[in-house]
Design a protein around this ligand. Structure first.
Ligand code: HEC
Ligand code: HEC
Length: 368
């Protein structure tokens, strides 16, 4: 079908390693969860409908793998979105076919950035890191009104920090986005459809919510997965336990938590939101903020302008380096210093802290 790139060979090598590491299934899980786990781990083949023609990997596990299956992905698995913004002058325009999350795609696909007949060339690119899915089932139980209750669209309290929920039109109803770097997907099950299409090139049935791709003309009968299989995949992701606290008894961890609140990290990385079965300790408000430096060029979507990203959850953060949507920060201090825009005052406050308080804050983050 195509030449294996060295990256893809690397993916396959990781895949074989991961498959061996995960043959033992935990006891007591429902059939749906174990079936969904098999699908998440499954290396799809062309005969299953893989690709057509764009694809970024041959399995979900190929990217979501650190520190366990369902986790985050390293820098070399980043995918790239691209569009046209007239060298930063604007207006921002998607290329035909929308923002590809492209890694392994056919460069001669019409309209894509290398196509000589494309009406406009891509001139703005944005890397996206693979986020961890651990605990996503709990995030899915946080209601829209709970998320919206923390919005501050006019900065009414004058702290320089705004925060708006991502609002998405789902079949005529407005829902609030929870998942993805720009909170572009409302429910975890919607991501099963979105990722099957966008990452693997696998078609799934239309459930009326609009996140699936129903047909792809690759000669394999559509839909390439059944609704029951999509439901199993969603059940597996929902079953992934949230990362647990490190439990360090070092007293500096408690000091670091105080610092986190005092200098304003907790304004956006709110320690808990209420889920339907109790508080969820995700350290995020799930709202969009612009923490990018001025002049930043990146992707724009209706309701999530250039530079706006969802506050990422910080639970399990010690295991998911590198950081930020594009992986531009190698370590936790680098991530703090990479905040600008709405978080400028908070970053400045961090830089003004005595060294022991800075160290305590990092120890706290490493314990999350
Ligand atoms: C090529 C690497 C890659 C593959 C393969 C992949 N993903 Fe992802 N995944 C990503 C990236 C990158 C994002 C962030 C996308 C964005 O927001 O732009 C993501 C985001 C997600 C999220 C949202 C997590 C959050 O909290 O925001 C879920 C859920 C998810 N993927 C599930 C899946 C499933 C299910 C599959 C298999 C059908 C899959 N992914 C395959 C790279 C990958
Ligand atoms: C104005 C809201 C806001 C404030 C204040 C804020 N953050 Fe963030 N934080 C964000 C957003 C938005 C991102 C994602 C930016 C991106 O992906 O480019 C982020 C990303 C991060 C990341 C990387 C997460 C990952 O998965 O890659 C860490 C770690 C982090 N913040 C810690 C902190 C700490 C510690 C503080 C206080 C010093 C802080 N943040 C203050 C909104 C905020």
């Amino acid at each position: 079908m195509f030449e294996l790139t060295s990256t893809h060979k690397h993916l396959l090598a990781i895949g074989i390693g991961a498959a061996v590491a995960f043959v033992c299934l935990p006891q007591g899980q429902s059939t749906s969860v174990t079936n969904g786990r098999d699908l998440f781990d499954k290396a799809f083949h062309v005969a299953d409908g893989l690709g057509m023609p764009e694809m970024n990997g041959d399995s979900c596990r190929a990217c979501h793998q650190d520190p366990v299956m369902g986790g985050a992905g390293p820098l070399e698995l980043n995918v790239t979105r691209f569009a046209h913004d007239n060298q930063g002058v604007g207006p921002f325009q998607n290329l035909p076919g929308g923002q590809g999350l492209s890694k392994l795609y056919s460069p001669n696909m019409p309209g894509r950035e290398e196509h000589p007949l494309g009406p406009i060339p891509a001139d703005v690119f944005e890397q996206r890191q693979t986020p961890s899915i651990l605990g996503a089932g709990l995030i899915d139980t946080i209601s829209g009104p709970e998320i919206a209750s923390h919005e501050d669209p006019t900065d009414a309290n004058s702290d320089g920090i705004f925060g708006v929920a991502r609002r998405l039109n789902v079949g005529g109803t407005i829902e609030i986005g929870r998942f993805g770097w720009k909170a572009q997907i409302p429910r975890l099950a919607d991501f099963a459809n979105d990722a099957m299409a966008g990452e693997l090139g696998i078609t799934t049935p239309d459930n009326g919510r609009g996140f699936n791709t129903p047909t792809d003309g690759d000669g394999i009968a559509d839909p390439e997965l059944s609704q029951a299989e999509v439901d199993d995949l969603a059940a597996f992701m929902a079953s992934l336990p949230a990362p647990t606290r490190g439990g360090s008894t070092d007293p500096r961890v408690a000091t670091g938590e105080q610092v986190f609140t005092n200098i304003g990290c907790a304004t956006c990385h709110i320690p808990t939101l209420m889920g339907n079965s109790g508080p969820v300790a995700l350290y995020s408000n799930l709202l969009l903020h612009n923490v990018m430096p001025s002049g930043y060029r990146g992707m724009s979507e209706p309701g999530a302008d250039v530079g706006f990203y969802r506050t990422p959850p910080l639970w399990g953060i010690k295991d998911t380096a590198p950081y930020m949507h594009d992986g531009r920060a190698e370590d936790l201090e680098g991530a703090i210093l990479a905040h600008a825009g709405e978080a400028t005052q908070v970053t400045t406050a961090y830089q003004s802290l005595p060294k022991p308080d800075q160290e305590a804050l990092i120890l706290f983050l490493e314990d999350l």
